[in-house]
Write a protein that binds this ligand. Structure first.
Ligand code: PAF
Length: 280
C-alpha cells in the first residue's frame, strides 16, 4: 500500500491505473477510521480493480467555533487499519497542498443544502462540495462510496455529480451500528461513558419513528413530538433538530405520503451526533 501526500504524485498514479484500463474505487474520509469506513472500503474493494482512500481533515467544512480542533486525529493508527483492507493507495495531503496560498474558488450548491444540517451549519456543505470536487478531479474515480448515516451529504454529492456532469457512480452504503444501535461515527470517540449511554436515545427516537410509521401514523408533527420526548427523557442532551422530510428533495413533510427520511441531530454534551432512518 502506498501513502501519497502530493497531488502531482497522486495524479501520476491515477494516470498509470487508467493506462492499464483498471477501474478506480474511492472512499473519501477525514480519518478517525471506524467500522463504517471499513464497510465502505470492503464494498469498494469488491467492485473495483484499484482502491484509493483519502484522509484529509477538511477545515472548510467546519463552521466557526465548531469542532475542527477537537476532531480526532490518529493518522498512524488509521494507516494501519486501512492497510488491513487491501487498499492500494492512501491519499493524505496536507492543508497547504489542498488549499495553497491564494486559494479562492468554491463549489456552492443550493436547495438540498438549505435543509436539515445545512440550516444549522452555515457553509458546511459548500466545504464538502468543494473538497469532494477537488478530490474527484485528482483521483478520477469510477465509483465513490459514502455512508447513509450522512444521508444529506450523500444526497448533496449525488446532485453535485449530476449537475456538474461528473462521470462518477455514487454508491451509498447502509449505516453501520454498534450492537446497541448507536451509529458509528468518528465523533463517538469523544463521548465519555455516561454520554455514550445518553447517545442511545438518538437510536431510540428513530425506533419510535419507525414503530409509529408501522402503525400507520402519517402525521409528521405527531411523530416528531414523540421522537423529541424520547430524547428529552435523557439527561444532558440538546436537540439540534428533528425533521421528517421528503427522502429525495429533503423538503419538510407534514404528511408522510411518499418515501420519507426521519433525521435527527442532537448535542450529547459537547458532541453533535446525527442519525436517520427511512420511512417508506
Ligand atoms: O464524510 C466525510 O468524512 C467528509 O465530509 C468527506 C466526504 C470526506 C469530505 O471531507
Amino acid at each position: 500500500m502506498e501513502v501519497i501526500t502530493k497531488i502531482n504524485e497522486m495524479r501520476a498514479k491515477v494516470l498509470s491505473v487508467k493506462d492499464r484500463k483498471k477501474s478506480i474505487g474511492f472512499v473519501p474520509t477525514m480519518g478517525a477510521i471506524h467500522d463504517g469506513h471499513i464497510s465502505l472500503m470492503r464494498s469498494a474493494r469488491s467492485e473495483n480493480d484499484e482502491l484509493i482512500v483519502s484522509i484529509f481533515l477538511n477545515p472548510t467544512q467546519f463552521d466557526k467555533g465548531e469542532d475542527f480542533d477537537n476532531y480526532p486525529r490518529q493518522l498512524n493508527q488509521d494507516i494501519e487499519l486501512i492497510r488491513k483492507e487491501n487498499v492500494d493507495v492512501i491519499f493524505s495531503p496536507g492543508t497547504e497542498e489542498m488549499y495553497p496560498d491564494g486559494y479562492c474558488t468554491n463549489v456552492r450548491q443550493d436547495r438540498i443544502t438549505d435543509a436539515l444540517c445545512g440550516r444549522v451549519r452555515p457553509g458546511h456543505f459548500n466545504g464538502v462540495t468543494t473538497i469532494v470536487t477537488k478530490l474527484f478531479n485528482i483521483i478520477k474515480p469510477d465509483r465513490a462510496y459514502f455512508g447513509q448515516k450522512d444521508y444529506q451529504q450523500s444526497a448533496v454529492i449525488e446532485r453535485l455529480v449530476r449537475d456538474l456532469n461528473m462521470d462518477i457512480d455514487i454508491q451509498v452504503c447502509p449505516t453501520v451500528r454498534e450492537e446497541d444501535g448507536l451509529a458509528l461515527s468518528s465523533r463517538n470517540k469523544r463521548l465519555n461513558l455516561e454520554e455514550r449511554q445518553n447517545a442511545l436515545s438518538i437510536y431510540g427516537s428513530l425506533l419510535k419513528a419507525r414503530s409509529m410509521f408501522a402503525s400507520n401514523i402519517r402525521d409528521a408533527k405527531e411523530i416528531i413530538e414523540e421522537m423529541a420526548s424520547v430524547i428529552k427523557k435523557t439527561n444532558h442532551t440538546k436537540i439540534d433538530y428533528i425533521s421528517i422530510v421528503n427522502a429525495r428533495t429533503l423538503e419538510d413533510l407534514s404528511l408522510i405520503n411518499e418515501k420519507a427520511l426521519a433525521a435527527v441531530a442532537v448535542w450529547i454534551g459537547n458532541t453533535r451526533l446525527i442519525d436517520n432512518t427511512i420511512l417508506e
